[in-house]
Design a binder for this molecule. Structure first.
Ligand SMILES: [Zn+2]
Length: 224
């Protein structure tokens, strides 16, 4: 780490701790006093890491960023240290991990600054965003209104059901039936276990649609 950066980190942490210690003797409420004490401890832990040449964690860097903010925002340099604060902020930009939301926000913000940014650049950005978003975030319906899997036509599914039960002592006195969540087709997702339940699909009496009959026939061959 650059010596000037380290010096400024020490400065903002010690300065912030000093302010918070001073506030502890004032008429701050207990909750705020507790938070101040906790933050002072965190600052001390970070300073100890610097003393021992240890690597700072992402959480440490966030604490440093928060402490630096007052000097970063002081563009008129009333308190001094503004130039050092800007340097530290840039250094933090390099060191801190970005999550997808933040990355998207930064890119859009910079693209917005240039009126000539073509629409297809935004579209490319959103395409990348969608690629990066795990599939399970946007869940499509997987079963039709008869409870048949859209993919294979099976009616057998594993589902988590969350019931709320009322206990009096050790005894359950009432049960509120819960919602079905996380429902998965057994044939598609747990083919090995499907053998135990395949007979439910064989003799259903609902006379399903021709399409699902075809599905059932087709997938019967690769059943167990
Ligand atoms: Zn299925």
């Amino acid at each position: 780490m650059n010596a000037a950066i380290e010096k400024h980190i020490r400065f903002v942490l010690e300065d912030d701790s000093e302010l918070m210690s001073a506030a502890l003797t004032g008429d701050l409420d207990e909750e705020n006093k507790r938070m101040n004490r906790e933050l002072i401890k965190r600052h001390e832990a970070i300073l100890a890491k610097l003393d021992n040449g240890k690597t700072l964690s992402q959480e440490d860097l966030q604490v440093i960023r928060d402490a630096n903010e007052i000097y970063l925002n002081d563009a008129a340099n009333l308190n001094g240290h503004h130039r050092q604060a800007v340097k530290l902020d840039r250094w933090l930009d390099h060191m801190m991990e970005l999550d997808k939301d933040k990355a998207m926000q930064i890119l859009e913000q910079w693209l917005d600054k240039d009126a000539r940014t073509p629409a297809r650049v935004y579209r490319a950005l959103h395409t990348l965003w969608e690629e990066a978003t795990p599939n399970d975030v946007v869940d499509e319906a997987a079963f039709d209104d008869k409870g048949q899997c859209f993919k294979c036509g099976s009616r057998v599914s594993f589902a988590d059901v969350t019931d709320t039960v009322v206990f009096v002592g050790d005894e359950i006195v009432k049960r509120y039936d819960g919602d079905i969540t996380n429902r998965n087709c057994v044939r598609c997702n747990h083919p090995k276990q499907y053998c135990d339940f395949a007979h439910y699909d064989d003799n259903d009496g609902d006379g399903g649609s021709p399409a699902s009959e075809a599905n059932r026939h087709q997938s019967g061959a690769r059943r167990c």
